[in-house]
Design a protein around this ligand. Structure first.
Ligand code: 1GP
Length: 237
C-alpha cells in the first residue's frame, strides 16, 4: 500500500511527481546502462513500465534491470493481462472509462485477478480516460475505443467523477503515447478541482514547460514516454 500512500501524501503536500514511461519494445537495449544512468540523474520519482503490445518475458527482463540498477518505484502500466511482473512494486489496475469496450472495462481485470492474487504487487485501481489528441494513438487502436472529445469538458469531468465514485484511487488523463496534442490544460484544471483523488496526466508532453503547466493546472503526476525515449538528455535542457 506504500506506493499509493506516497502519491497521496505528495498530493497533500503539493509535491509534484514525475514518471518516466519505458516501453520494453521501444527502448535501446544495447545502451541500457546509459539509459538507467540517465533515469537515476533525472527528476523522475517513478518508473512506469508497459506498452500496448509487449511480451511478458521482455517486460520481466526490464523490470529486473530497473530494480537492480535504480532506486525508483517501478509501476506496471499494462496494455493487457500478460504484462504483469511480480518483481515490480505496484500495478495500475486500469479501467478504460472513456471507452465502451467491455474487455477493457472488466474482462481483462477478471483475467488478471487470479494472477495478481498470487503475487505481492500493490494494486492501484486507476480510472483511465483517453482524450482525443489530433491523431490516432496506439491505445485507441489497440483498445478499439473512441477517445473523449477534447472540447467536451463536462463529459470528461463526469467520467472522472464516476471513476472516483467507483472507487478508483487515481485518475489517469491520457492523450496517448506520441499524441499530437496533450490533454487540454482547462480539462486538467476542471477535473483536478472537482475530484479528491490524485490526477495523472500523460501523452504528447514533449517540453519541460508543458510539464510545469500541467502541474500548475492541477496534475499531481506527469508521465513522459516518447520525449525521453527519443532523447535521454531531455531533462537536462
Ligand atoms: C502514454 O502517457 C504516456 O501512455 C506517455 O505518452 O509517450 O507521448 O510521452 P508519451
Amino acid at each position: 500500500q506504500d506506493i499509493y500512500k506516497q502519491i497521496r501524501l505528495a498530493k497533500i503536500e503539493n509535491r509534484k511527481l514525475l514518471a518516466i514511461l519505458l516501453d520494453p519494445d521501444k527502448i535501446d537495449w544495447k545502451n541500457l546502462d546509459g539509459l538507467l544512468q540517465k533515469i537515476n540523474q533525472s527528476p523522475a520519482t517513478h518508473i512506469f513500465v508497459g506498452g500496448s503490445l509487449v511480451e511478458s518475458t521482455i517486460l520481466e527482463d526490464l523490470v529486473f534491470q530497473l530494480k537492480l540498477k535504480t532506486t525508483l518505484p517501478v509501476i506496471i502500466f499494462p496494455g493487457d493481462p500478460s504484462q504483469i511482473s511480480p518483481q515490480a512494486d505496484a500495478i495500475l489496475f486500469l479501467s478504460l472509462l472513456s471507452g465502451r469496450n467491455p474487455d477493457y472495462l472488466i474482462e481483462y481485470q477478471v483475467q488478471a485477478a487470479p494472477i495478481l492474487k498470487k503475487m505481492n504487487l500493490e494494486i492501484i485501481p486507476t480510472g483511465y480516460i483517453l482524450i482525443e489528441s489530433g491523431n490516432e494513438t496506439a491505445v485507441a487502436r489497440v483498445s478499439k475505443t473512441k477517445p473523449l472529445d477534447r472540447a467536451n469538458l463536462d463529459l470528461a469531468l463526469a467520467t472522472a467523477q464516476a471513476g472516483e465514485m467507483l472507487g478508483n484511487k487515481l485518475i489517469y488523463l491520457e492523450a496517448g503515447s506520441g499524441a499530437k496534442q496533450a490533454v487540454p490544460l482547462e480539462m486538467i484544471r476542471l477535473i483536478s478541482q472537482n475530484i479528491n483523488i490524485p490526477v495523472i496526466v500523460g501523452g504528447g508532453i514533449v517540453a519541460l514547460s508543458q510539464i510545469h503547466k500541467a502541474y500548475e493546472t492541477g496534475a499531481d503526476l506527469v508521465v513522459i514516454g516518447t520525449a525521453f525515449e527519443n532523447d535521454i538528455h531531455f531533462f537536462e535542457s
